[in-house]
Design a protein around this ligand. Sequence first.
Ligand code: UDP
Length: 374
Amino acid sequence: MGIAIIAGTRPEILKLAPVFRSLKKTALEPVWIATGQHGDLAKQALDAVDITPAFTLSGGWDPCSLTNLSAGLLYQLGRWIEKHHPRAVLVQGDTATAYSGALAAHLNKVPVGHVEAGLRSGDTNNPFPEESFRRLIAPIADFHFAPTRLAEKNLRLDGVRPRQIWVTGNTIIDTVLDMADHVSAPAILDQVKPGERIILLTAHRRESWGEGIAGICRAALELIRLHRDIRIIFPAHSNPRVRETVEAMLGATDRIHVIAPLAYPEFIAVLKASHLVLSDSGGVQEEAPSFDVPVLVLRETTERQEAIDAGVAKLVGTDPAVIVREASILLTQAHAHGRMASRKNPFGDGKASQRITGILARKLPAGKELRQAS
Ligand code: UDP
């Protein structure tokens, strides 16, 4: 058994797909394990990256209970690892799947590689539970693939040994650059009139459920009222806690389109066509600078300070007055928009997966244990 790649949510799938493809070119024999943490969103993402999982967990947990979900994932991933004995396990980011996969591997003395290691907001309630999951993975991972120098620094501050950290870039840049020439325009773009500017809106974070999402919706309504030449496209997360608020507040508004989650090639087509992004998504913040689209981050804290420092994103929170003020500056002041749009993407160069593969190929020589090799 080669390297098990464990993924269950849309961002994990999009970010591990290029690593899987790159590893397939080597003798490391990657095996894709789908946990099913995200149902339809995961299927849509797997189709977009053209991956058929070798194994899919049976599920049966309650996705609304973090303890039930984490325990179910740990149990089923643990059983799979005990049966198949992979040479190593790769997990990505900060989900219940990533944490349970890392712990299940660690408890079975299987080496753990953590892709997108070292992101820190400094607040375990923001984003919740992601900040906790990624912090909990750090002490049990053997390979820490940090996307940036800042992530490397965070890991060192957590006591991770420098020789177990590699700065690789973020693998989402590999995915987005690969997709950039294969986008497929969704029907919603046909409704955009000549001269109109698109604002792409996404919001799904757990800590924003309720009041936060309501504030974001109020901002969208005010922006539409103030700016006659904008159209807001909101592919709303399938989570019922998000959809209920969004559909109730924005459902029937002229020039606001609340639509189902878009397939990745369609989402990137809308992103490329957008003037501005309002989002609380991590992945979208990383992708937008590749297309020179400024991002206003709908969160109180960030673990992607690189985007703020590079000037490609600005942290605005969920207070409608602040969102409207900052978005209006970018909609009315060309130089302010131009300044954010002209900066380089700080998250990578599209070669992160190659680097990760090279490191694993060096550190996991045939037939030897990582712990001996590293
Ligand atoms: N995405 C997508 N379709 C959509 C919305 C987002 O394919 O309708 C992609 C987006 O390009 C990004 C990823 O999903 O790569 C982000 O996922 P999400 O916002 O759910 O998670 P996060 O990145 O915040 O962990």
